[in-house]
Design a protein around this ligand. Sequence first.
Ligand SMILES: Cc1ncc(COP(=O)(O)O)c(C=O)c1O
Length: 439
Amino acid sequence: MDAKPSRDALVALDRKHVWRPFASTEDHETRDPLVVTHAEGARLTDADGRTYLDATGSWWCTHLGHANPRLIEALRRQTEALPHCALAGIAHRPAAELAEALVAAAPRAEGDATLDRVFFVDNGSTAVEVALKLAFQYWQQNGRPQRQRFLALPGGYHGDTLGAMSIGALDEVGAVFAPLLFATNDAEPIVDPEGWAPVFDGLIAQLEADGDTIAGVVVEPIVQGACGMRMYPPSELARLREACDRVDTFLIADEVFTGLGRTGPMWGCDHAGVAPDLLAVAKGLSGGLLPFGVTLASKRIHDGFRGDTRRAFLHGHTFCGNPLGAAVALEVLRIYREDDVIAAAKPKAERMADAFAAMGELPGTRHARALGMVGAIDLGEGGYHSRIGWEVQEAARERGIWLRPLGNVVYAVPPLNITDPDLDALLDGIHEALTSVLG
Ligand SMILES: Cc1ncc(COP(=O)(O)O)c(C=O)c1O
């Protein structure tokens, strides 16, 4: 085996050939990266042996902690049995059993099992992309071909593929791609994050006015993640569900971030007791081990694809339903059941809420908020390109905390099963970092 490179050599190599996601080349070339060699539970270990509590959940996917031993074991077992096999004309146990388990765990309204088919993908963006394509094609071949538009809750983020971007907020980050995207409603970020009723009023009014051209309405249920951890009342989601029913169009829930108990209950939709017609899930589903995702669809939608090949959904990714991802996801769902992860996280969520409320007392902070295992706070006015969040990141790093701000929003999404001492250390560290930057 080649000799292990020094930390400096590794950073030089990284700067030479890696194209860093969501970073300017200048940041990549000048900011000192964390060089991670190991991760376990809520902690990352760097090349110097120092550990950091990971507030980012490695882009929000380590709900059960890094390198969860049960998941590693499930992965090992499946690697020995069948690491990969395309789902094309083939059935395998992990995919079939996972589909059954997901249907059983899916959000439902008053016991009604709306979602009963699982389409496998390989990340959150493609889970959303598939939901859009399924809705679109359904109406094309089921008597409403004029339904070609989507509406979306303003300010949302649904991934970086072109379809997912089309229904997301187009700030400066995505504006360059505008000519490539299809039109939706005006999904600009909303100005007043507290003023949700008018936002939903507008969306519902547009849905009712243009209903016969709308293939579906896309939302992140209850918490809009990437646009700044913005939280809205469940009653608004329930109102939107009712409006979709009145118009008879599809509610598409993107639970890539909110799913698997991140906001308290298993699904964001559960806060409102609603079931969507299409549901996108990824991130925590494969326990932070593998790229994996699914789109769940209602029986009605699936039935709309019966008939000959021309009515089939001709879409698929090489690794969709990958047995490794499916076996790990099955084990994730088993852990949720056996360890009652959702109930066990409740006191931790209360600790998060108290800690963020206390941070909200610091001068220079605004709008401290928490729901489930999501806590967030706004600093200053600068938005996504603000540097203040990065200053807090530096201060937190010095204290052994790994943060990644969303511009002027500092947030924490620790594992749902984080230990109490780690959670206390994480929250105290963020508080101290804020104090040191805000003075
Ligand atoms: C709500 C939501 N949808 C979709 C995505 C895209 O997921 P992925 O990064 O796996 O493509 C994200 C990613 O952050 C997300 O937060």
